[in-house]
Design a protein around this ligand. Structure first.
Ligand SMILES: Nc1ncnc2c1ncn2[C@@H]1O[C@H](COP(=O)(O)OP(=O)(O)OP(=O)(O)O)[C@@H](O)[C@H]1O
Ligand SMILES: [Mg+2]
Length: 246
């Protein structure tokens, strides 16, 4: 029996405009199921972060045919309808409980220690588990830093802290924007192995963006490459239809 994809998008678009520059991300069909791990790849500026922001319910689609998040318990959130209705409470609550998102830069609250950042993520996600915080920190080699604030850490340490924070509440959808970009190559494998292990253990879905597809593939993460427009316009597309998923 196949459960519904954790995330299912059909005919979803997101446009960006700044000055005379325009960019359009087109998602004709994209689905990711529990137990699957997918890496978005493509040159800089091809919409990987834009795509993750959409999947994280953090940015509003310019248009959406169908956009559904299915929870482990069998519930469904009609994300397209929630954005249409301006139901930010539903989107925020859904994100807090079901999604863990490692941003490309920052994302930790600067006035809280790492431990407090993780406890807050657990609290708003409806889970309190101090032992899990310690374990994630230990696995990521930041267990000695839990009582420090983000500004006192190196970039690579902060990135690992952001990963621990995103996993702290055991989300069923884990999104990570270049999670290994700032860590030492030796740690990049540790980070990817932990992400894959955690989502497999929690029967969650993982979507990352990466400039290192070979490394992602070595960890069993499936590559989904941006398809760039060939007519010279700044458009790209990510395609992973539900039917094509194994
Ligand atoms: N807030 C914004 N306002 C205007 N344009 C934006 C905004 N965010 C992104 N863009 C533009 O949208 C396009 C896609 O950006 P995006 O950040 O999604 O790319 P990316 O694939 O993540 O790149 P990178 O590999 O450098 O992180 C780029 O042309 C970018 O300039
Ligand atoms: Mg990006």
């Amino acid at each position: 029996m196949h459960s519904a994809p954790a995330l299912l998008l059909e005919r979803v678009e997101r446009a960006h405009a700044s000055g005379s520059g325009r960019f359009l991300l087109e998602v004709d069909a994209f689905a990711v199921r529990r137990g699957e791990a997918v890496a978005l790849t493509g040159p800089s500026g091809t919409g990987k972060s834009t795509m993750l922001d959409l999947l994280a319910l953090a940015s509003r689609p310019t248009s959406a045919g169908r956009f559904v998040l299915a929870t482990r318990e069998g519930g469904e959130v009609d994300v397209a309808a929630a954005w249409d209705a301006g139901d930010l409470d539903l989107l925020t609550a859904t994100r807090a409980v079901h999604v863990g998102y490692v941003l490309q830069q920052g994302g930790l609250l600067p006035f809280l220690t790492l431990r407090e950042n993780m406890r807050l993520a657990q609290r708003v996600g409806g889970r309190g588990d101090l032992a899990r915080i310690e374990e994630l920190a230990r696995r990521l080699g930041i267990d000695g830093l839990l009582d420090r604030k983000p500004a006192t850490l190196s970039v690579g340490q902060r990135q690992r802290a952001a990963i621990a924070r995103a996993l702290a509440h055991g989300p069923e959808i884990v999104l990570a924007d270049e999670p290994t970009a700032s860590v030492h190559p030796a740690l990049a494998d540790t980070v990817l192995a932990l992400l894959v292990e955690q989502v497999r253990a929690a029967d969650a879905a993982l979507v990352i963006a990466t400039h290192d597809p070979e490394r992602a593939a070595r960890h069993g993460i499936e590559i989904c490459a941006a398809i760039l427009a060939t007519d010279g316009t700044a458009r790209s597309r990510f395609s992973r239809p539900a039917g094509a998923a194994p």
